[in-house]
Write a protein that binds this ligand. Structure first.
Ligand code: 3IO
Length: 340
């Protein structure tokens, strides 16, 4: 048989590529692209869970849906996320209800200082609560999933071992945690996580309350060297989709997304718990971080200061005609169940 000249082979190959692009690609192409906005940097946990969700949706819809992700505030930031998704700038957005005290009054129950120890538990409890109570504040959106941060702790430049050390101390916190730090006598400043690096650098704050993985992910352990070992509450997140966009999706795609929602909450919690452990090990070994035990007596002083914060949540919601008492009762019930 006559050998084909290399040029003929290349020509044949090029022809095949052209044919493939003309006839095969157009029909196998993703039918829908979802634009998913996120405010913190790509390596942080809210974005890690976003990439996992995107990958799962693409896989489970066999490529019918493509998810385009926008980490680091490249499409929407923490403060315009809610409006940006409502108006369709993004199809999906990670909103942080905990940054807006008063705007999500019932859901704020999850961020009260109820002593969560694990993000898997708090995220799963939050998911169940949101399904059971269907908060009005997010009823204009399709809820994709919810989760929380891992429990927050006070991390500071100077050691905090008691309420006296904490008195008047300027600390950054998520909005919903401002009341908690106020009750402990600190001077909290509410701001999104994305503004904390600069505030710490400039010395505007002497520390913060947040979950512990940020010690490593934002390298905060280069500045703060002490953590007071007292779990203060979580920071809640809700992944919201534009309602019209949701309505435009096929029933099979909607089913994939619905089937993923609770799983995603639990996945995120598990990822976070493992990641926090890794971060604390790193911060201790590389940056000399110290976790300060509080005495038993000191812990009960803190608990005594924090109970009125929880009581106030109940009063505020009930005043608005919202079932805050039932929400909290159910929270404690689910917390005990998942902690087993
Ligand atoms: C958070 C927000 C963005 C990136 C990493 C994060 N870890 C915890 C939070 C939530 C928050 O704002 C806080 O104070 O814990």
């Amino acid at each position: 048989m006559k050998k084909l000249a290399p040029a003929t082979l290349i020509g044949f190959f090029a022809f095949t590529v052209v044919l493939f692009n003309l006839f095969v690609v157009p029909f196998s192409k993703a039918e829908t692209t979802l634009r998913y906005a996120n405010f913190p940097p790509a390596p942080t946990f809210p974005c890690v869970q976003m990439e996992r969700w995107a990958k799962e949706v693409e896989k489970r819809t066999n490529g019918e849906v493509k998810v385009e992700t926008f980490p680091g505030g490249t499409l929407l930031g923490a403060s315009n996320m809610y409006e940006g998704v409502a108006s369709g700038i993004a199809d999906i957005g990670l909103s942080c209800p905990a940054y807006m005290p008063g705007r999500f009054p019932l859901m704020a129950g999850i961020d009260q200082p109820v002593g969560f120890k694990s993000c898997e538990v708090s995220s799963h409890v939050f998911w169940k609560l949101v399904k059971e109570f269907e908060p009005k504040s997010i009823s204009n959106f399709k809820l994709i999933t919810v989760f929380t941060s891992a429990p927050s702790y006070i991390a500071t430049i100077k050691p905090v071992r008691n309420l006296e050390d904490l008195h008047g101390l300027q600390l950054r916190a998520a909005g919903n945690m401002v009341a908690t730090l106020d009750a402990l006598g600190a001077a909290p400043i509410g701001m999104p996580m994305s503004e904390l690096p600069e505030a710490l650098q400039k010395g505007v704050v002497k520390g913060y309350a947040a979950s512990l993985e940020v010690l490593m992910d934002f390298k905060f352990a280069e500045i703060v060297k002490y953590v007071a070992d007292y779990s203060l509450g979580t920071v809640s997140f809700a992944v919201l989709m534009n309602k019209a966009k949701w309505d435009s999706l096929s029933p099979s795609v909607q089913k994939v997304i619905n089937d993923l929602s609770e799983e995603q909450a639990v996945w995120t919690g598990q990822y976070m718990d493992n990641h926090v452990e890794k971060a604390v090990k790193w911060a201790k070994a590389e940056e000399g971080l110290q976790i300060l035990d509080l005495s038993g007596e000191e812990k009960s002083r803190w608990a005594k200061r924090l109970q009125p914060v929880i009581d106030k949540y109940v009063d505020d919601t009930e005043e608005k005609g919202l079932p805050g008492k039932r929400f909290l009762d159910r929270l404690y019930e689910l917390k005990a169940k998942y902690e087993k």
